[in-house]
Design a protein around this ligand. Sequence first.
Ligand code: HPA
Length: 281
Amino acid sequence: MAEERPTPESLDRAAAAVPQSWFDFRPDIGVILGSGWGRTVLQRPFVDRIPYSDIPGLGASTVQGHAGEVRLLESGARRAVVFCGRRHFYEGAGWGPVVLPVEIMRRLGVRDILLTNAAGAVNPSLRPGDLLLVTDHVNTTGLNPLQGPVLPGWGTRFPDQSEVYSKSRALEIKGLAADLGITLHEGIYAFTSGPCFETPAEIRAYHIWQADAVGMSTVPEAIVANAIGMHVAAVSCITNMAAGISGQRLTHSEVMESTEAAAEKMGRLVAAIIADSAAGI
Ligand code: HPA
């Protein structure tokens, strides 16, 4: 597996591809947009952009529905750095591409990060198209991007994870959703390695573990951002009932179709979170 884990040198090489003007921009918030969420900001005017292929170690996403570029945006007085498209561990390129966006945000001075994803519903009361604010996670994989030497700026050897997802940010985001008339569920996200969807037995196990949703992303970035000391928020778009719940077979096209149907409210929520960033810090 190429570059299993980022090194100080690989992180420096990636950061060197980011122009000085980006460091002067001082974004209030960093965002990583997952499956189907890219569309929500790609239509908006932007200040600058870098294709992932221009950032050494980041590379192009291999997954349909994941655009591959990072943009600077302005929304009123707020500034955001937005990674449109995410790399996943299951793509087989190691942790480098997965966590590089978080490291670039750290170097840009970002303290507040929003992670979005598509997820399957483990909780049978959720429905495709629902949005869910992640309050905590279960890492089912045993994988951890912090394994190995502690990288510069990445906190301590044994980071506390009592509040990975900031309770104060969660309160603000719930308020924003309520103002927009968007129903925002809350729940626990189970992280699986992918790329296969889960078995019904696995989903029953995750249900017993209190999980409400399941997906193949977000937790690695949240683990790193928390270790760095960022305020983390995460929102899932429920795209399907998890394996065994509805009896239907799962496909990536169903995931794409559900995010498409929910794209308008996803876009409004992301825009409101960006416009509100820095308020809570
Ligand atoms: N399982 C894992 N990841 C997912 C799912 C799912 O059911 N839906 C969207 N991403």
